[in-house]
Design a protein around this ligand. Structure first.
Ligand code: ATP
Length: 320
């Protein structure tokens, strides 16, 4: 294998840069040229790509976002769009592709491989950590640290004004960010799509806390669990507590990757190159039981990743 390409696709996540750096340097170490494709599948179709060298990926390990930019491409969903992308594969002499992105990006990768046979390795990159098969996706650790940091700040003002804060976090239809950050931040209640909740139970808990002298309460709501403003107004109505809503939004996607993120991003990027070198044609890099492993990319599209209900129960116990 003499020349491979790398792209980032879907929602960006902190840690993509360390992965791009690892792909590039590991490949060059083995004498393989690396082409960086800009703007995900959009740049793949439009031929927006150029050779990366050791210096191209210097000074990015500490930066959030992705130096290759990311995008969502409607055109890549069409056979005509993918055909255009394949013309660039031939034009640039690309013999293997590494796609850093979420399950949608992997679906696109699978389709492309099926049609044109190009070897493709996926690297899981999404703050939601919702990709089936892998315990970890690049971006998650930085995102939960950002959420915890925000909650620490919200606590200060919540205490000063003796308020209840509803903090809404990302995660689409999953509660991985809410649950993990909620446990780490000591939230009073955590609302996730995977578990039905009762406003009456939440209010009861808030009142109990108030009785024993709690000065503030934090309720973490995953965006897919409920409308945060609706939750706030119901709590206000039932308890009379001053209740505010804060939606953390896109700030959860940014920021310098944590040390853990950089290590895992580096290991996953390097593993992807290793898999191409070993002749794998369609795999996903993943983490299982703390080890970086090669997984069947088909699995990422199969079912919904189950959330850890033991962790959910523990968060409830610890927040009494
Ligand atoms: P995130 O989890 O951050 O949303 P993602 O990779 O799941 O990331 P998507 O928008 O679902 O993000 O997918 C990224 C891109 O992958 C799409 O814009 C599209 O170009 C391509 N893609 C997704 N599904 C398919 C498919 N079935 N066939 C071809 N291409 C697809």
């Amino acid at each position: 294998m003499q020349r491979i390409a790398v792209l980032t696709s879907g929602g960006d996540s902190s840690g993509m840069n360390p992965a791009i750096r690892a792909v590039t340097r590991k490949a060059i170490y083995h004498g393989i040229e690396v082409i960086g494709i800009k703007r995900g599948y959009t740049g793949f179709i439009e031929g927006e790509m150029s050779l990366l060298n050791l210096g191209s990926v210097a000074d990015i390990i500490q930066r959030g976002g992705t130096m290759l930019f990311s995008a969502r491409s409607e055109e890549f969903r069409t056979p005509e769009g993918r055909k255009k992308a394949f013309e660039n594969v031939e034009r640039f002499g690309i013999q293997g592709l590494i796609v850093i992105g979420g399950d949608g990006s992997f679906r696109g990768a699978r389709q492309f491989h099926k049609e044109f046979g190009l070897p493709i390795i996926g690297v899981p990159g999404t703050i939601d950590n919702d990709i089936v098969g892998t315990d970890y996706s690049i971006g998650f650790d930085t995102a939960i640290n950002t959420v915890v940091d925000a909650i620490n700040k919200i606590r200060d003002t919540a205490t000063s004004h003796e308020r209840t804060f509803i903090v809404e976090v990302m995660g689409r239809d999953t509660g991985f960010i809410a649950l993990t950050a909620g446990l780490a931040a000591g939230a009073e209640s955590i609302l996730i799509p995977e578990k039905p909740f009762s406003i009456n139970d939440i209010c009861h808990k808030l009142m109990q806390g108030h009785k024993r002298g709690k000065l503030h309460s934090i309720i973490l709501v995953a965006e897919g669990a409920s409308d945060s403003f609706d939750v706030a107004s119901q709590i206000k109505e039932k308890t009379g507590f001053d209740t505010k809503v804060i939606i953390l939004g896109h700030l959860q996607r940014g920021g310098a990757p944590t040390a853990y993120e950089r290590v895992i991003g580096s290991c996953m990027g390097a593993k992807a190159v290793e898999l191409l070198r070993n002749g794998e044609v369609l795999k996903m890099v993943g983490m299982q039981a703390g080890k970086i492993v090669a997984l069947d990319i088909e699995d990422s599209a199969l079912k919904k990743k189950p959330i850890d209900m033991d962790m959910y129960d523990l968060a409830n116990i610890l927040s009494i």
